[in-house]
Design a protein around this ligand. Structure first.
Ligand SMILES: *Cc1c(COP(=O)(O)O)cnc(C)c1O
Length: 400
């Protein structure tokens, strides 16, 4: 079966005598046992729940993984993979990094004895200089957040493996519809399923998917032992959202490309960012490992005030930190999603303060473009008023 078929044609409810076509929500904490000395398939929902099993099997299938595990958020999924690293060992992460991942690594793990290093994921040389024999986990995002930079998954996997380290790839931005990191040598795929997998901004969830049986055993121990598994109702919502992943991604990407076209021609836009649109090298890497650029677009205006104005004046694009939803959103990453990264590191990845990030939804592209247009245009209007009429000057003088 091809991907779009897999999204809807799967066993939604194994073993149910009524054969429902949507997965029931097994909203129960415990399961009655037939025998006092033997467990059945399920005993306690932290350890396993039928709604979660269907979702985890489906996600494993979509990521070409052996097993997948669902967590209560993307960060809970990240925390679970960080448990594979012991005190004294190290994590090496790319600098174009989600702010919450930085916070987990540097503010929670580092003070507890886990070494943390950062290097530009886009530069194999820099990664090679920074990796050490203690590195246990190399973690990257490609496309990187928020500059949409591209890292060569296969090349980085080879580097990680030559040091006996694992490579984890955050696939939240592409989703398995556009990119399957395990196919390119990654050991672990991690998702904030809150983003494209769910697609409706109504669940926070995380996913970890792996091929190795040993890693799967370790991750199951962590999921069950630490208790951050996704609850049945959220599993149901995520299963439901996931069915339209292909349709949503296709439409959102089409809209994103139209908006890019508008932005590129706009006189107040200095630079646009889109996965695979950087250097020729980045382009060829992205084409090799992904099937499209997705629905995130970033641009610089050269003026923080103008960027702020555009973000605040758009009516359809909502100011939110998240991305990947059916509705469009706009954010200033420097001040929002990435504010937990200290300035030194933000400078290291050449992080522009005036960067505007759009997550493009499924609305009518004409409405989206008109919305951006009016936001840019109203900037002139306001500066004109602000540069004071005679009456305003007079009024100001009178107040003094
Ligand atoms: C949002 C996000 C996370 C964290 O996920 P939550 O579901 O918010 O906990 C991790 N990585 C990336 C790339 C994200 O965008």
């Amino acid at each position: 079966m091809n991907f779009d078929t897999k999204l809807v044609r799967f066993d939604q409810c194994p073993d149910d005598p009524y054969r429902p076509v949507a997965t029931p929500i097994y909203q129960t904490a415990t399961f009655e046992q037939e025998f006092a000395t033997e467990f059945g398939d399920y005993d306690y929902s932290r350890s396993g729940n039928p709604t979660r099993t269907v979702l985890e099997k489906q996600l494993a299938l979509l990521e070409n993984a052996g097993r997948a595990f669902c967590f209560s958020s993307g960060m809970a999924a990240m925390a679970a993979i960080s448990r594979l690293v012991k005190p004294g060992e190290e994590i090496l992460a790319g600098t174009d990094l989600y702010g919450g991942a930085y916070r987990l690594f540097s503010r929670i793990l580092q003070p507890r004895g886990i070494g943390v290093r950062y290097a530009a994921g886009t530069s194999l040389d820099e990664l090679r200089e920074t990796i050490t024999p203690q590195t246990r986990l190399l973690h990257i995002e490609t496309p990187g957040n928020p500059l949409l930079s591209i890292t060569d998954i296969a090349a980085v996997a080879e580097l990680a493996h030559s040091y006996g380290a694992l490579l984890s790839v955050d696939n939240s931005m592409m989703s398995p519809y556009l990119q399957a990191p395990l196919d390119h040598g990654a050991d672990i795929v991690v998702h904030s399923a809150t983003k494209f997998l769910c697609g409706h901004s109504d669940v926070t969830a995380g996913v970890v998917a792996v091929n190795s049986t040993k890693l799967a055993q370790d991750l199951y121990l962590i999921q069950n032992g630490e208790g951050a598994a996704l609850g049945p109702f959220d599993c149901f919502l995520l299963l439901r959202g996931l069915k339209t992943l292909g349709l949503r991604m296709q439409r959102q990407q089409e809209n994103a490309l139209r908006i890019l076209d508008f932005l590129q021609r706009h006189p107040q836009v200095k630079r646009v960012f889109y996965p695979g649109w950087g250097s020729a090298q980045e382009q060829s890497i992205h084409e090799k490992q992904a099937r499209g650029g997705g629905a995130l677009v970033a641009f610089e205006t050269g003026d923080v005030e103008l960027s702020r104005h555009v973000a605040e004046q758009t009516k359809i694009f909502a100011i939110t930190v998240s991305f990947g939803s059916v509705n469009s959103s706009i954010s200033l990453p420097y001040f929002m999603s990435h504010s937990s990264i200290p300035p030194e590191l933000r400078e290291k990845s050449c992080f522009p303060h005036d960067l505007v990030r759009l997550s493009v939804g499924i609305e009518d592209e004409k409405d989206l473009i008109a919305d951006l247009e009016q936001a840019f245009n109203s900037h002139h209007a306001i500066t004109e008023v602000r540069s004071c009429t005679e009456e305003e000057k007079l009024a100001m003088n009178q107040r003094e």
